[in-house]
Ligand binder design. Structure first.
Ligand SMILES: C[S@@+](CC[C@H](N)C(=O)[O-])C[C@H]1O[C@@H](n2cnc3c(N)ncnc32)[C@H](O)[C@@H]1O
Length: 302
């Protein structure tokens, strides 16, 4: 028997749960995407994850988030164009799918460069609707070289055309399944776009945070693979401070990063467990480092 509140309605915590939808997976390919590492990550999750509020402040394509499909979540990335696509999948799925079908029908090298150029015209770009911007990002992501989202120092998307024989520009079943998840009556996902520190400020006891930042890359101080700006050692230190602050606030925290002496030293606090894992990386800064690379998962409980 499920508990009833005084007004006769089922207590929210006891409402029949939504089943996880196995169709759901990332709808964009993203540098640092975690699909390869998922089996290792899943071994390190807290047992009571289903009862915790889920935070992912560097969500990217959301491999873990979309696999878990948590009921209460906060997702964030400082890439505003990417986070806009999540909102459009939630709020305007039919219009988005129509536009993606149009892009698919028009796809060619010449068309790709025409769409890519749209962000060169500041005013024109600002005048585009959110739905048009989201469809543009997904289209470019599916057809660009290596599926690597990269902008130049002015923040302009600058990846060349990928020449795929049959790119799946509109994966309609996956997009509709994600829309169904976001809009399910038992689900509440907050979609933010800002700095990681702000996104997790409300996480404390009863919360779980998965931090998947741009990885520490000692030999390469400039490349982040994502956007202008960068994520150097100062940022890694700032992230460690946030990890410690959220630990003190009682949140369960899990973080992935590369296995370097710098990272091991940063997280040498004896409340933290460092677990070495191996993962295959599909996207790398220069392609030279493809293959097995050492990574660590760091968690604040044992
Ligand atoms: C390793 S990727 C995350 C990959 C993701 N877990 C996935 O499965 O696709 C790191 C992400 O951090 C974002 N990022 C970089 N600096 C950030 C910051 N200061 N605050 C929030 N997000 C940031 C990047 O835009 C990128 O999407």
């Amino acid at each position: 028997m499920r508990a009833r509140k005084a007004d006769g309605h089922l207590a929210p915590a006891m409402r029949p749960g939504r089943r996880k939808d196995p169709l759901i997976k990332p709808y964009v390919k993203w540098a640092g995407g975690k699909r390869q590492l998922l089996p290792e990550i899943k071994k390190c999750l807290p047992e009571n994850l289903g009862r915790l509020r889920y935070y992912e402040p560097f969500v990217g394509a959301g491999a873990l988030f979309l696999e878990r499909q948590p009921r209460r979540a906060v997702i964030n990335d400082n890439n505003g164009q990417l986070m806009l696509t999540y909102k459009v999948v939630r709020d305007h799925i039919n219009e988005l799918i129509s536009l993606l079908h149009l892009h698919k029908a028009s796809n060619s090298e010449e068309y790709y460069y025409r769409i890519r150029e749209q962000d060169r015209d500041g005013e024109g770009f600002a005048g585009m609707s959110d739905i048009q911007k989201a469809a543009r990002l997904i289209y470019l992501n599916k057809t660009c070289y290596n599926g690597l989202y990269r902008v130049n120092s002015q923040g302009l998307f600058n990846v060349p055309y990928g020449r795929y024989a049959n790119p799946s520009i509109c994966d309609e079943p996956v997009l509709r399944a994600i829309h169904g998840y976001f809009t399910h009556e038992t689900v509440k996902v907050e979609i933010l776009s800002g700095d990681f520190g702000i996104a997790v400020e409300t996480a404390g006891r009863g919360s779980f945070i998965y931090f998947d930042p741009p990885y520490h890359s000692p030999g390469n101080t400039n490349f982040t693979g994502y956007q202008a700006g960068g994520f150097g050692e100062d940022e890694q230190r700032r992230l460690r401070d946030v990890f410690v602050a959220r630990t003190d606030a009682g949140a369960r925290c899990l973080l992935s990063n590369s296995d370097t002496p710098f990272i091991r030293e940063l997280y040498s606090d004896n409340r933290f467990e460092i677990i070495a894992v191996k993962a295959k990386r599909a996207i790398n800064s220069d392609g030279a480092g493809r293959g097995d690379v050492g990574e660590v998962l760091i968690r604040n409980w044992r």
